[in-house]
Design a binder for this molecule. Structure first.
Ligand SMILES: [Zn+2]
Length: 360
């Protein structure tokens, strides 16, 4: 609390207002199903996160039987809706029969609590769930500057010594791995996730992301023409140790949902990203998936992040979840350990109707 009161005016407010009045809290609607066996906080793995806006919910789905332990991360970037909703669909539908699942739906809790600063996409999106009206939350890419408790540096040198020219990237959870116990709040959050991977003995992790759609355009003289960064969507990035598993998973995915993803190996010179650093710092195999989000296309301005006809949310969620299943199955085949889950929606079932039919 004292750290939050950096300036004189804020300090005065701190004296007058209760703590809750200072935090920008948004109701994160999570309705765990019968498969969730334990609910924790990220601060249970690294106590200094407690009572900060970087602390976040961690859910355990434990079969009680030996097998593969898998970690699913949603919301590393708060503006990448398919990652958070994929995690919610798992929490609200899946029962693990062999092995264990650890799910963090909102990895950067601060980012999800802030409005999107890129395209100013609305923060709440109404859907019809199995039990009626419900809202999905869309946030920002990075940690809220108020929660970071420091000005952005001109150049950000991350814990691995890699320099990023845009100082705002110091608030990007996917640039701060493997984190630092005495670092910035964002560095502490990635440090806590690494601590969780170690403590839960995670075998395999998938960090679910979204990127510009392949229809991206670039701005020229005040107008837009086709071009821009089409590289990322429909990609699986793999730690060098995970390449074989990744290749098997992508073959399985083609058979499962008839969609081909690109396979990219982590660039070992570009430090600080989850798919490289989780695998480097722990025994876990780490992967990162990218789906196409119309909300991230600058040329669209206000892309439809739920019901876009070409890139609907249900398609993007299906992509992440079926890929996750293929990765875990490939790991199980390779290691000889068991991984059995029930209730994960098939891609075709997701594409029939709306995403809400898989949310409580
Ligand atoms: Zn991302």
């Amino acid at each position: 609390m004292l750290q939050m009161c950096r300036t004189l005016s804020l300090a005065a407010m701190c004296l007058m207002l209760p703590v809750t009045a200072l935090s920008k809290s948004i109701a994160l609607d999570i309705r765990p199903g019968e498969g969730v066996t334990d609910q924790r906080k990220l601060s249970d793995y690294f106590a200094p996160l407690k009572d900060t806006n970087l602390d976040t919910d961690v859910f355990i789905l434990d079969s009680g039987r030996p097998g593969v332990t898998a970690l699913l991360l949603g919301g590393t970037h708060g503006n990448e809706l398919a990652g958070t909703v994929s995690a919610l669909v798992v929490l609200e539908n899946v029962v693990v029969k062999a092995g264990k699942l650890v799910v963090i739906p909102f990895a950067n809790h601060s980012a999800i609590s802030m409005k999107d600063t890129r395209n100013h996409i609305a923060q709440r999106h109404r859907i019809q769930s199995r039990s009626g009206e419900r809202y999905l939350v869309y946030g920002d890419r990075r940690t809220d500057p108020d929660d970071q408790q420091a000005e952005d540096p001109e150049v950000y040198k991350n814990p691995m010594g890699y320099e990023l020219k845009n100082g705002a990237e110091s608030r990007n959870l996917n640039r701060t791995y493997p984190g630092k116990p005495d670092g910035t709040p964002t560095e502490r959050a990635s440090y806590a996730i690494i601590a969780l991977v170690r403590q839960e003995q995670v075998d395999i992790s998938l960090d679910m992301h979204e990127a510009d759609t392949p229809e991206n355009k670039i701005q020229t003289d005040g107008d837009y023409r086709p071009g821009g960064n089409k590289r990322l969507a429909y990609t699986l990035v793999s730690h060098p140790r995970g390449l074989e598993i990744a290749a098997y998973a992508l073959l399985g995915l083609e058979e499962d949902i008839n969609i081909s993803l690109k396979l990219e190996e982590s660039n070992t010179k570009y430090r600080g990203l989850s798919h490289l650093e989780i695998g480097n710092a722990t025994d876990s195999l780490s992967f990162l998936s990218e789906s196409p989000n119309p909300g991230q296309d600058r040329w669209r301005g206000d892309g439809d992040v739920v019901t876009d006809p070409r890139y609907p949310l249900k398609h993007r969620v299906g992509l992440h979840l079926r890929l996750f299943k293929q990765l875990a199955d490939a790991y199980a085949d390779d290691s000889g350990e068991a991984f059995v889950i029930e209730g994960l929606p098939e891609y075709e079932a997701l594409m029939t109707g709306d995403i809400g039919q898989f949310l409580n």
